[in-house]
Structure formats: C-alpha cells, structure tokens
Design a protein around this ligand. Sequence first.
Ligand code: SF4
Length: 267
Amino acid sequence: MPPRLYAKRTRNLYDPSSDEPFRLSRTKIDLFHECPRCFYLDVRLGIPRPSFPAFSLNNAVDELMKREFDTHRAKGEPHPLMKAYKIDAVPLRDERMEEWRDAFRRGIQYHHEATGFIFRGGVDDIWVAPDGALHVVDYKATSKKDEVTIEGYWQQGYKRQVEIYQWLLRGIGEKVSPIAYFVYVNGKSDEPAFDGKLEFDVKVIPYEGDTAWIEPLIEKLVACLKSDTVPDKNEACEHCRYREIAGKELLEKMRGKKKTSQKSLGI
Ligand code: SF4
C-alpha cells in the first residue's frame, strides 16, 4: 500500500466557540509538555507532525505481554515475575479493563470539571494490591547491550506517561498507589545466531510517580488552546527553523524573486 500523503486534519480540532466537552489524549498532553506550538498547530489548526512507521515489533511484544498477564488475571493469581520481584499484588480483574486498555478510542476517561475537558489515556495493565490500591503498569520493549534503566532521556517521557495514568485514575475516583511498574523487556542481540527467534531479558522496575506537575500544566494547556495567539517556537528546535527557512525561501520563489515557477516547486 502506498504511504498516506500528509494532509491537514479537519476533524477533532478544538473549537473555542463549542460547548461540547473536548477530548484530549495522553499523547496530546505530552505533546504540549514538549512544545506548546506543535500542540497548537495540531489541536487548533489541524497540522500534526508528520507520521512515521509504527514500531511493529514493540507492539507485538506488548500484545504478547498482555496475553500472558491475562492468563494470570483470569486465575486471580500473580504472574511469576511479580512473585520473583516480591510484589504483593495481582493483575486487576475488572470489567472496565478492556475499556481502560483501549488507547485509540476510549482508555481511562476523566471528565475534568475545572476545565470541562475530557482527558483520556489507555494503560497497558493495572495490578491491584491487597488494600485495593491500583498500580499502573507499563510494558516497554527495547534492545540494548546495557542493562535497562528508567534514567535516560526517553525514559523521562515514560515516567510522565505513568504519572498521567495515575492522575486519570485518581480523577475518576480510584484509589491509586504512587508506585507504578515498568515491565521492561530487552531483546538480546549477543546470541550466537538468530534462528528465527529473539530472546529477551525481562526486568520489573518500580517507580514512585509524582503527579503534582499535571494540574498546572493542564491549566496552561487549556489557556493555550483557548487563545488565538500561536505559542512561540522552541528556539532549540531545528525542525521549526528548517520549516521557517524553507517556507520563506519557497514564498520568495513563488513571488517570482528568483524566477522559479510554482509548478517546479510543487506548490
Ligand atoms: S519548535 Fe519544534 S517542536 Fe515546536 S512547533 Fe516548532 S517544530 Fe514543533
């Protein structure tokens, strides 16, 4: 199938004049955290970042992990990994789990009264402690020679991710433990041969989440969306500089200053 051509989106845009509660996913909250201007371009103006191919191998690992934990969920018992790490909990059996795991359409949906927005996000898994507190669980897959940790640059985004899920669950009235878990699998690339299979090391990493940053960020996010002013660009981002320089150059050429026809520029 040929790749989907880039197009401006006309649906799921924030309309300041609408009274309907606007739905925003966890990934859009993170986009605002990363760059308010990119967020505004996407959610107000319908110009998302260009897409890139899906991480199919990671998705396959996620799916298999979910299935494996589901067999223990059905029996109401901890997964052997949870026993090995002495985690006093079991995979949560709850009829809402299917909805809470549906990252694309539903997920945990929190109607945030202060803003009127509905924030949502799909979790990988939830474990429940004997006192009823919920642990957010996220599956991660990688392949690196070093031991996996959650201290690198990308892992800061993983931490924000589980903190947002904790915030969403608390928002809908659930009792949530501050301890989240990453079930991190690391594909071994030092095996003597491939033989059609990839072996993994699996590690469970606890993380104590802090959700205090989320409400102030949400306040700024909503103010940004309601405003007609496009946020400033991030001066350190070379993509915006590229876009501006390329755009100005093409406009100049369109205006005939460099005598190049619009047709030859493809615009
Ligand atoms: S500064 Fe970078 S991240 Fe922000 S809008 Fe420009 S391209 Fe997007």
